[in-house]
Write a protein that binds this ligand. Sequence first.
Ligand code: NAD
Ligand code: UFG
Length: 336
Amino acid sequence: MRILVTGGAGYIGSHTVLVLLQSGYDVVVFDNLCNSSRKSIERVSSIVERQVNFVEGDIRNPEELGSVFSKYHIDAVIHFAGLKAVGESVQKPAEYYDVNVGGTAKLLLAMQKANVSRMVFSSSATVYGVEAPTPYVESLPRGSTSNPYATSKAMIEKMLEDQSIAHPDWSIALLRYFNPIGAHESGLIGEDPLGIPNNLMPFMAQVAVGRRDRLAVFGGDYPTPDGTCRRDYLHVMDLAEGHVKALESLYKSGCCAYNLGTGSPVSVLEMISAFESETGVKIPYKIAPRREGDLAEFWADPLKANQLLGWSAKRSLNQMMADTWRWQSQNPDGYN
Ligand code: NAD
Ligand code: UFG
């Protein structure tokens, strides 16, 4: 079975490509490299000792997409390609809707033309909106989103639901990720953000490796046990394995959403202390003002993915820290 992986050179995509290859799937990666490096795919190749088909292209370009579907027989698509920085999406809404929503519509048209009707989509916990009660459960409606990135994910979910209603033979899994961190245990692939990291784990890892002076902890006065925000951090390899489980579920038609998280919230201060105790490296930090738009806490109810996909997150917080540190210390400048 051959899978087209859009955005497969990125952080979650590269780990998923690795797990797909190790599970016996053929893979074609389609990525315009706007936020990634070809080296991620070269390293995946070296781990699995197999060439990976790579096509450089943009999901907004029907000709580039069309030529991939004509060159390769594709059985299903895992769709990671998109822009993901919340703050940037507020500054550049048109670009975010163009790539995320417009790009996904182009991808659907190309799939229709090639008679490909199975898709796994990278959604996000952010679609539950700003007022949903925790833990988030899939039976909640999508809520009111607070930035163009989140709105683009909610719009794509709706588009995919409409597609599956109009075409009952289509099968789509919407995977709502919580907070993926960590890296493959080889230390060869990992998260390599361009510029100053927006997210907690890559920022902390860059402080640890000496690229940044100290971590700003955004807010110490939230109504949480230690006053800092709590999130549901899951290992990127667990998340990658969730995609293979979701692919295996696509023999049934319809569009179905699944939370992929551990079900346990962890605070920012607990993250710092887990990193320090696992690696022995001190993280200098300072409590800073709250970051605009942050929710105090949210985490997943992961029961549905467990019951219907047979998936649960297995790797511990300590392993997430150890693997992040192995990647960052072996590659202080990422793929550069
Ligand atoms: P990433 O930026 O590392 O990967 C996205 C990939 O898509 C990159 O390789 C980029 O070059 C590619 N891409 C972007 N625009 C493209 C286009 N127009 N055509 C072709 N390729 C394009 O991000 P990631 O963390 O691996 O996230 C993957 C997906 O998961 C994204 O859709 C993201 O929104 C979603 N997601 C991520 C998180 C997270 O915390 N990392 C959480 C929830 C959802
Ligand atoms: N944080 C800091 N300092 C930093 C960075 C983050 O204290 O330098 C805090 C944040 O305030 C937040 C927590 O660490 O409390 C986690 O922040 P991240 O930016 O790592 O993650 P978010 O929960 O804000 O958002 C992430 C993705 C979104 C996605 C969401 C749910 O960035 O795209 O998880 O999946 F929608």
